[in-house]
Design a protein around this ligand. Structure first.
Ligand code: SF4
Length: 310
């Protein structure tokens, strides 16, 4: 099926993050598209402030390359290097990218200005661009605060809310299957890239259990993940297309018994209780330790600090 995509023009394409965080190293973020055809039921951009500037449907930022050249030239001149997070609000390797090649064009500009990148995707199409990513890795200038913490200027990260194909079909109907993502991770690792598995969001009572998590961690480890980052579900908005409304609609259809428990877990908040989140992180931390996989993009880091070391 041919995917319809509108063309829009933007004034800015590179967003400077207020705080470069230890989770995604995102000094900057960059999204070549507005909207995302992977259509995940839980997509946090629908109903939250992160989707505020998105136009309805799927659109490509057609002048992004031209704007990016101006913005990166300016940043490079001031030596304001920082990791560019690709895919914070849309997947950079949507099916339309196969013909449009706008992500590829943006990566070539990033290479020209020697910025490091962190690509977050669910798609095997990233394999097409490993040639450019390899060159970026060789040329990227790391910001001084990361020079001792990072061994490379390219991170390839793959997101999973589950590795179960049936669950994925329900909650991520348009995205490549978990086995396809695992295979792609393995290939990136084989080609020498730093590979991350991003378990976001873990679905309450479905993919957040000890058993399910252990299976996920085992699978990503077997397929080359160097690190795992994980966090729980967030639900925003009351409109029909907002993720909270859509999530409960899908739960009602497939797992009606989980609706009251999930509502109780969230109460009036967009996130589950603090206690739930601590227990979830503890499970991830313990299992990661068991399988010898770190919880940080840094070579010797741990996003949980020493929370659970005792
Ligand atoms: S891939 Fe990411 S941006 Fe796209 S719909 Fe899914 S959660 Fe949203």
């Amino acid at each position: 099926m041919v995917e319809l995509v509108r063309k829009i023009k933007v004034k800015s394409v590179l967003n400077k993050q207020k705080h470069a965080d230890e989770w995604f190293l995102s000094g900057y973020s960059l999204n070549p598209f507005s909207g995302c055809s992977f259509n995940c039921v839980y997509c946090y951009t629908r109903g939250s402030k992160y989707g505020e500037n998105q136009v309805p449907g799927l659109a490509v930022k057609i002048n992004a390359p031209e704007i990016l050249v101006k913005q990166l030239k300016n940043r490079a001149r001031k030596r304001e290097y920082g990791f560019i997070a690709f895919g914070s609000a849309t997947d950079p390797y949507l099916p339309v990218e196969k013909d449009l090649k706008i992500t590829r064009e943006l990566l070539m500009i990033i290479l020209r200005f020697h910025f490091p990148v962190n690509i977050l995707t669910r798609s095997p199409l990233i394999l097409r661009d490993l040639d450019i990513l390899e060159k970026i890795g060789k040329k990227a200038v790391l910001p001084p605060e990361l020079e001792n913490k990072m061994e490379t200027g390219v991170v390839t990260s793959f997101s999973f809310s589950t590795t179960d194909e049936n669950l994925s079909r329900i909650f991520e109907p348009g995205a490549p299957s978990p086995p396809e993502r695992l295979k792609t991770m393995k290939e990136c690792k084989k080609q020498g890239f730093l590979v991350g598995a991003i378990f976001m969001p873990l679905l309450p009572f479905l993919s957040d259990t000890e058993e399910h998590l252990e299976e996920m961690i085992k699978k990503v480890k077997e397929n080359g993940a160097d690190f795992i980052l994980a966090s729980g579900l967030t639900l925003f908005g009351e409109e029909p297309q907002d993720c909270k409304t859509r999530y409960y609609r899908v739960l009602e259809e497939h797992f009606p018994e989980l609706v009251p428990k999930t509502r109780a877990l969230f109460g009036n908040s967009f996130a589950p209780s603090r206690r739930y989140q601590q227990e979830l992180h503890h499970r991830v931390f313990k299992l990661s330790k068991k399988y010898g996989i770190r919880n940080s993009v840094y070579k010797e880091g741990n996003v949980y600090g020493n929370w659970f070391e005792k």
